[in-house]
Design a binder for this molecule. Structure first.
Ligand SMILES: [Zn+2]
Length: 464
């Protein structure tokens, strides 16, 4: 961390003033900038630098030269260590370095109880894991098959720990819940509107049936065959009905297909029903599963077709699909190669690429507005998960989590610029328009366009 002495400030990093930026605020885009320090954003200024009075005294001035100034990214679905026998490549420290280099200053990860582990124990374990984080963080608490035991101690999760976001799986080892379980959980918890549910939705029976029918194989295309879009859509449709029945606030994790997106048009008498998707579903198709390297592009649900990609993009451009997460869950190549489609650890990288990918492929290539870009990368998640306007917002009083995006620069994704602990990237060699030029978290400069300058443990837990 670079700490500069400043006689006009009480210590730590100086007060800063960004000028000549195109600032994306909730009230629209302004040509101007922002004044901020470690306590937060002090002012949003609305004029080019030559018309501003020379205040505030002592502030370090940064000329943005026309760059975009946007809120620090919120990636509401990452896995920095935490579960399974095979180690995830990134822990909270390396993962947060990747996040900061990509403009993401807040993440949401998971407290997933091991079999028999009680709520207090899993929360303590994951808080310890996160103690080295350099990004701010919150947790989704996984209600596994032992959810009755976990819900019996709800005050431990909510009042003591400050966690009110829940993750449910309708398919996964040890955590599979049937729709009756989900209905029971929604009925009991939906009344408190601070609570949210993030749901991994696939039809477990259909997947198991197809796996039995096709057997195991080293051909990763079987992953797509045994987890078809129908398995996702059927389950999501049933969940949509449960939202209408119970009024729960639900986000469907990693949505992939056209049929799922079409549910956004359905009527909803109560509750909230959002979809999240990830850059890999926008960037790649199931063709990536073919051949010797297919295992490196495995995640669940699997990659889909060009038509599904088009439907996801259309929903993003129209504003219907509002949250872009990464489900960042990378494994080193040695754990991926030589596996079968049923033994391969599923998950890929993304936390460092999400913001610039959305800027290049959304804003530059497809005409996504910058207001929608901010919704997609921070504001919609901030609102849904109760962090607004502290996060996802450039306004006086908000945290000084700020990103300058240089529209003239370019970025080539991959190991050459990776700041995390991955040893391969599915995005290797992808050339994008724009560049993450500078990143500030909590008023401190944490990325200068080349290197991350942050200390382990500088991120804070966000109580909900
Ligand atoms: Zn996930």
């Amino acid at each position: 961390m670079h700490l500069r002495e400043d006689p006009h400030h009480r210590g730590g990093d100086p007060m800063r003033r960004i000028v000549n930026a195109r600032v994306v605020t909730p009230a629209g885009i302004r040509l101007g900038g922002a004044v901020f320090d470690e306590r937060g954003i002090i002012a949003v200024e609305d004029a080019p630098s030559d018309r501003l009075a020379p205040r505030p005294e002592g502030a370090e001035t940064i000329d943005a030269e026309g760059a975009w100034l946007v809120p620090g990214g919120i990636d509401p679905h990452v896995h920095f260590g935490g579960f399974g026998d095979i180690p995830i490549a990134d822990d909270f420290w390396t993962g947060s370095c990747g996040a900061l280099a990509g403009g993401t200053t807040t993440v949401m990860d998971f407290c997933e109880p091991a079999r028999g582990e009680d709520a207090r124990a899993v929360i303590a374990r994951r808080m310890a894991d996160a103690s080295c984080s350099a990004v701010d963080y919150a947790f989704h608490f996984v209600l596994s098959e032992q959810y009755e035991d976990l819900l019996a101690d709800l005050s431990c999760i909510e009042d003591e720990a400050g966690i009110r976001d829940y993750k449910l799986f309708t398919v996964y080892d040890n955590t599979t819940l049937g729709l009756d379980d989900v209905r029971s959980i929604f009925s009991r918890l939906a009344g408190d509107l601070r609570r949210t549910f993030l749901i991994h939705a696939e039809d477990a029976e259909l997947v198991a049936c197809l796996q039995d029918e096709l057997g195991d194989s080293v051909d990763m295309q079987y992953l797509a065959r045994t987890r078809p879009d129908t398995a996702e859509f059927r389950e999501v449709e049933a969940l949509h009905d449960l939202v209408a029945e119970t009024g729960a606030r639900v986000c469907i994790a990693h949505s992939t297909c056209a049929e799922t997106v079409a549910l956004l048009d359905g009527p909803l008498p109560c509750g909230e029903f959002l979809l999240e998707t990830c850059p890999h579903y926008l960037a790649f198709t199931e063709d990536a599963l073919a051949g010797d390297r297919g295992a490196r592009s495995t995640m669940v649900p699997p990659l889909r077709t060009i038509a599904d990609q088009a439907a996801l993009w259309e929903a993003i451009l129209s504003g219907k699909l509002s949250i872009l997460s990464t489900d960042h869950c990378p494994y080193h190549a040695r754990y991926k190669d030589d596996a079968t489609y049923r033994t391969v650890p599923c998950g890929v990288d993304g936390v460092q690429w999400r913001m610039i990918y959305a800027y290049s492929e959304g804003v530059v290539k497809r005409g996504l507005s910058m207001e929608r870009f901010v919704d997609l990368t921070s504001a919609a998640a901030a609102r849904f998960y109760g962090m607004w306007p502290r996060k996802g917002c450039i306004a006086p009083g908000s945290d000084a989590d700020l990103v300058l995006i240089d529209p003239v620069g370019t970025t080539t994704l991959g190991m050459g610029v990776s700041a995390s602990a991955i040893d391969y990237s599915i995005y290797e060699g992808m050339e994008l328009s724009g560049r993450i030029a500078r990143v500030f978290k909590g008023g401190r400069e944490v990325y200068d366009g080349t290197a991350v300058h942050a200390e382990p443990g500088s991120g804070s837990f966000l109580r909900r």
